[in-house]
Every structure is written in structure tokens, then in C-alpha cells.
Design a protein around this ligand. Structure first.
Ligand SMILES: [Zn+2]
Length: 477
């Protein structure tokens, strides 16, 4: 990437360009450099999971903003802070930082023991010590507050998606850029939907996960989910729900706990137990309890009225590991990781998938190259994690109902129109859905073509620069 000239704005994806995973984008304007997110790619391990950090001089970065705690947005941060020439300042919201600490400790442990025993210690990205040292250097930002770091102003807005997720509006010499991170516009059980910043933006960097696809209404999805689970346990089957430990899992638990309450005669009192196999989630419940004030009115009202915390579930118990699990009769198991790459959810998949009456229910977004993506093709067999030579028959039912909390096409389009930016840069989407979104946006804005207000849409690949001229247009206030 060439040195930023004074008049051109430059965008450069080190990861998350035409892919979902390892999000990391660089923006440059008027000699300032900002890095957006620092994730890993869930389909790869070790160094291969990192963004293309070698392609950019990280020592030039002024600030690094982390949108939310998901691994594809935050998990390479300790690596950046401890193992590269990066020396800028790092910002995230309070809940993101609180969860980040526990989450990455778990991540270090999981990657260190590895799926792949050939992944030696030197291949692990960072250690617990790196994590602890980096943690102390991370600064926090409140929603709706603006921070200024040598001429770069930035403000955090609610993004929905998961607790603590933020959109950042960045302003350099009058030029305003909005970065959505992952966002949702649908009100859910505990989070507010993403907000439209009061000030307009010149450039929008927006996720394109679902491309031009349409979500079914939320109530339909909830009913489908509870019906499917009820039917499965009714025939004596086990339900495996692979989930990412934190974030959307808590939303699913709110749905299931309420449904079990309503059908307590059939399901309650341990007749059909629900387990959440995650020690991490148990540790992090205090974070959810602490930040109820950052959630929506619904859950705050429940909290006030009942004087009990809605995240203390009546029908769900935590499991530390599978050794303490008595696998008799029907049950519902939420287990991580969400894409069945390794660990507990993978062990249960291999144990339960030969049985026809069991159900694997995918509720998150599954990245290309992961087992969660593969299982949805309903293969006859799957390779055993411990020994890829062994094939395990797959007879169980496989269903997908999305609770991933990303915008669908209509929600994305409405938001994009409200932002009213003349330059739109698409990130965080596989090539095909992103390409379809680009075409749909261009046709939506076709009336601006050839005018001074022409809307431009870019879908750059990793390490391909987008340069925009803002010669003399913007005057710093
Ligand atoms: Zn996310």
C-alpha cells in the first residue's frame, strides 16, 4: 500500500475482504491510519488463521477499534499488540472488554491443546501472559461518547448483534466514515437494534454476511425452533445446538427457558433437561448480569419486575465437561464451538450423529470450510476428529434456523439508505452473496448514476486497495 497522500482516502482489507473471518481493515486519510478489528479465521489454525499482517506496516497505525468480542473480530488482538511492531492505542466498549478477557483465555487454551497435535507451542498465536499484558493496555469507550486521538475523532453506537457490539463513526478533517462491524436491526429478547448515527457519513464500511437473502420473521423462527426441539425430544431424541459460547447463545437460552416454563408439565422438572456445556459461559454470566443496563427495555423491565436476573435460568444447567454428563434419555445440549471445528460440540456430534432420532440444529452463521457448513450438506459420513481415516455414519436430522443476528437484505438496504453515504465498501461476506449485494445496491441507486451524487459500491478482495479522492471537498470544522 502506498503512503497516504493528503487528498485521497484509502481502504485496505487485511482480512474479511470477500470472506467471513479474520476481519481487519485499514483506513488512511490525511496521514492518519486507523485499523478496524483484529480477528482470526475460524476455518484455519495458527498463523494461517491471521489477517495478512505482513502486507502492512502496523507501526503506522494510530488507533485500533474493536467492534465486538467475536473471535473473527477480536481474537488476533493480543498477537497484534504483543508480537508485531504495532504501537497504537486500542479501544473497545466496556462489555466487550469484560467478555474479551475470559473468551481469549479460553481461546488460548483451545488453540494450545489444538485439534491438531502437530500445532506445536510455537505455532500458537500468543500466550496467557501476552493476553494479560495486552489487556491492561486496552482502553474503553462508552456508547455515544466521542474520543479524540491526535486529530481522529470517533464515536461508538449500538450495533445490536451481541452484548457490547459497537459501530464506530470516525471523523478525520471533516470526512466521516461509518464502520458497522456486525450489526442487526431486529429487536431481540435482550438487545436493542442498531442505531442510525445522528450525523451523516461520507463513507460506509458495511457487513454483507447474508447478501440478498431474506430472513423469516422472528416469531416464525422462534416457533419453528421450539417446535422442532419439542418434536425431537418427544420421540426420545437428543438435540445438539452448536453455539458460540457467548452472545447469541444467551438469546437462545432466554427462548428455551421461557418455552420450558410454559410447557413445564411435559418438559420441566428435569423430564427433559437442557444443558449448557460451557464453563466460560457460566463465568461470563456475571458480565451479562452487570450490563443489563445496556440491554433493551424488555429485559430491563423483566429484571425490575421480578427482582430476579433473567439470565439466571430455571430450566438450564451448566456442564463443565462431558465426564459429568449422564447421557440417558432425551436432552437438549447447547455446546461450543459453534462451527463444530473441535472440542465439546464436535465430540457430541460424533457421539449422536449415527442415531436417526437425534437432531443437530445450526443457529449461527457457518463459515466456509468448517464442519457446521459441511454437516448441512447432510453427508452420509463425517470424519472423526481424532482420526480422519475413520468415518462416522451420519443419520441424524440436520436443520438450520438462523439466530445469527446479522441484517438480511431488506434491513441492510434500509439502513444503507438512511446512512446516505456516497461511497459504500462491502466487507464480511463470501464472494457470491457480497457480489449479489453489490449488484442489488447498484441497481437500487441507479438513478444517481452519472450525477454528482452517484453512489459507488466497492467489494474489494483482501490486500486490494480502494482509493477515493476528497480533494478540497471536505473542510475541517
Ligand atoms: Zn459477530
Amino acid at each position: 500500500m502506498s503512503q497516504a497522500s493528503n487528498t485521497s482516502f484509502k481502504f485496505f482489507a487485511l482480512g474479511g475482504g470477500n470472506e467471513v473471518g479474520r476481519s481487519c481493515h485499514i483506513i488512511q486519510y490525511k496521514g492518519k491510519t486507523i485499523m478496524l478489528d483484529a480477528g482470526v479465521h475460524p476455518a484455519y489454525q495458527g498463523m494461517a488463521s491471521l489477517p495478512f499482517y505482513d502486507d502492512f506496516d502496523l507501526s503506522t497505525v494510530d488507533i485500533l477499534l474493536i467492534s465486538h468480542f467475536h473471535l473473527d473480530h477480536a481474537a488476533s488482538l493480543p498477537y497484534v499488540m504483543q508480537r508485531t511492531p504495532f504501537k497504537g492505542r486500542v479501544f473497545m466498549t466496556h462489555p466487550t472488554k469484560a467478555i474479551y478477557r475470559w473468551l481469549l483465555r479460553d481461546f488460548v487454551r483451545v488453540t494450545a491443546i489444538g485439534v491438531d497435535s502437530t500445532l506445536a507451542a510455537e505455532e500458537s498465536l500468543y500466550t496467557d501472559e501476552d493476553l494479560a499484558e495486552s489487556f491492561d493496555k486496552i482502553e474503553t469507550i462508552d456508547y455515544h461518547s466521542t474520543v479524540e486521538v491526535n486529530g481522529i475523532k470517533f464515536t461508538a453506537y449500538h450495533a445490536g448483534h451481541v452484548l457490547g457490539a459497537a459501530m464506530f463513526q470516525i471523523e478525520i478533517a471533516g470526512l466521516k466514515i461509518l464502520f458497522t462491524g456486525d450489526y442487526s436491526r431486529e429487536m431481540d429478547r435482550h438487545l436493542n437494534s442498531a442505531e442510525v448515527p445522528p450525523q451523516s457519513s461520507d463513507i460506509l464500511v458495511v457487513e454483507s454476511t447474508f447478501g440478498t437473502a431474506t430472513h423469516e420473521p422472528r416469531l416464525h423462527r422462534e416457533n419453528k425452533l421450539t417446535q422442532l426441539i419439542h418434536t425431537t425430544v418427544g420421540r426420545g431424541g437428543r438435540v445438539l445446538m452448536p453455539v458460540f459460547a457467548l452472545g447469541r447463545a444467551q438469546e437462545l437460552m432466554l427462548i428455551l427457558d421461557e418455552y420450558w416454563q410454559k410447557h413445564s408439565d411435559e418438559l420441566g422438572s428435569g423430564q427433559v433437561p437442557i444443558f449448557y456445556a460451557s464453563d466460560l459461559a457460566r463465568k461470563c454470566m456475571s458480565v451479562f448480569q452487570t450490563y443489563v443496563n445496556m440491554m433493551n427495555d424488555d429485559i430491563r423491565k423483566k429484571f425490575r419486575d421480578s427482582q430476579t436476573n433473567p439470565f439466571i435460568f430455571k430450566n438450564i444447567s451448566y456442564l463443565k465437561n462431558l465426564e459429568e454428563f449422564q447421557d440417558f434419555g432425551p436432552s437438549v445440549m447447547l455446546a461450543s464451538p459453534g462451527m463444530l471445528q473441535s472440542g465439546l460440540s464436535r465430540d457430541l456430534l460424533e457421539k449422536w450423529c449415527p442415531e436417526q432420532k437425534n437432531l443437530v440444529l445450526i443457529t449461527g452463521y457457518s463459515v466456509e470450510g468448517t464442519m457446521a457448513k459441511y454437516i448441512m450438506l447432510e453427508p452420509d459420513t463425517i470424519p472423526a476428529i481424532g482420526n480422519p481415516e475413520i468415518n462416522i455414519p451420519r443419520r441424524c436430522q440436520v436443520e438450520e434456523i438462523s439466530f445469527a443476528a446479522h441484517v438480511d437484505f431488506q434491513e441492510n438496504l434500509e439502513f444503507i439508505e438512511k446512512i446516505n453515504a456516497q461511497n459504500i465498501i462491502l466487507v464480511h461476506g463470501e464472494s457470491n452473496p457480497m457480489g449479489r449485494l453489490k449488484s442489488a445496491l447498484l441497481s437500487n441507486f441507479s438513478s444517481t448514476k452519472g450525477t454528482d451524487n452517484e453512489v459507488h459500491v466497492y467489494n474489494p478482495r483482501n490486500c486490494v486497495e480502494v482509493a477515493l479522492e476528497y480533494k478540497g471537498i471536505k473542510v475541517a470544522k
